[in-house]
Design a binder for this molecule. Structure first.
Ligand code: FES
Length: 315
């Protein structure tokens, strides 16, 4: 019953999340929006109906693990609410339709026994995960949550910490790409673009992500000119330290299809989803590096006829 309900409300997700976002704790509000941009239903639907996965991946220029079903327990690691995932999964699997999609998300969140602002984001993610990966959701058990004592306020404060006067004099600002890992950051020379700064980080990221090149940092890059879409990132914090998106970056994002209708404010001066090679940073920021990249803007435009067909082709 819940499965068929979820299949019937696909078009309602953007408006529903728009109403839920103000109720989500600030620590996970933008993170939830980023997650929904990272796992678009459109790509899932197309991948479900393809008869030739290899041809599908070539057509959409897909690289890296793009299917939510392969990452149901880890896709949301960058959320504070990730620690509540076992409870969110349990509540989702025992849930029934509770009226509208919004009411169903809220009902799942209530079953989790945590304050609603901390539960809503991961509850919405759990329902979308059930929508995209029902079998895996039911049969794959997550590892028990490890104990975390950091409060969401402390987490948020750490994300937004600004160096003091002497800190600015003595050390470079940093771009954090993994908030859970004390070593998950690299230094920045202010006004550098984010991929250029990442290249100064010589750790062997290519051993874990085949899209990365040796000695070129944790953010996969190819063209460095805004064409290929390899370097897309989500911005969790420090957006005010990033350059506004230019008209060129906007065109490329439309072409690449990363700005999902409803989940991303395309008119914002500093959107939450950016091309790192087109984004200069003047101070610290916290980002999410998606595990995959591809080009599906043309398909998105077929679905959303009102969208501009700009940005040119990617050869
Ligand atoms: S590296 Fe190609 S778009 Fe940034």
């Amino acid at each position: 019953m819940l499965d068929s309900f979820l299949r019937s409300v696909d078009p309602e997700w953007p408006a529903t999340l728009g109403r839920l976002y103000p109720r989500i704790h600030a620590v996970d509000r933008d993170a939830t929006r980023i997650w929904f941009s990272l796992y678009p239903l459109l790509l899932h639907e197309r991948s479900e109906v393809t008869g030739d996965r290899a041809a599908f991946e070539v057509f959409y220029q897909l690289r890296g693990p793009y299917r939510l079903q392969d990452a149901i327990h880890t896709s949301h690691r960058f959320l504070y609410g990730h620690r509540f995932w076992p409870a969110a999964r349990r509540a989702t699997l025992s849930a029934d339709v509770a009226g509208t999609l919004e009411e169903t998300v809220a009902a799942v969140a209530r079953q989790m026994d945590h304050p609603e602002p901390l539960s809503l984001g991961i509850a919405a993610i759990a329902l979308m995960t059930l929508r995209q990966a029902p079998e895996r959701m039911r049969t794959s058990e997550p590892a028990p949550s490890s104990s975390h004592t950091e409060t969401p306020e402390a987490w948020l404060k750490r994300r937004e910490a600004k160096p003091g006067f002497f800190g600015r004099l003595t050390s470079k600002p940093r771009i954090v790409f993994n908030e859970q890992d004390p070593a998950g950051s690299f230094p920045l020379n202010p006004t550098q673009d984010i991929t250029m700064a990442a290249c100064e980080d010589k750790r062997p990221y290519h051993l874990h992500d085949p899209r990365c090149f040796e000695d070129m940092g944790p953010i996969p890059v190819e063209c460095r000119s805004g064409s290929c879409g390899t370097c897309w990132v989500g911005v969790l914090g420090g957006n005010e330290n990033l350059s506004p998106a230019t008209a060129y970056e906007r065109k490329r994002m439309e072409y690449l299809g990363y700005w999902d209708a409803g989940f991303e404010d395309r008119a914002a001066a500093r959107p939450l989803i950016r091309l790192a090679c087109q984004t200069q940073a003047s101070g610290p920021a916290s980002i999410v590096i998606p595990p995959w990249c591809g080009v599906f803007g043309p398909t998105r435009r077929e679905r959303e006829p009102g969208r501009h067909n700009e940005g040119g082709c990617v050869s």
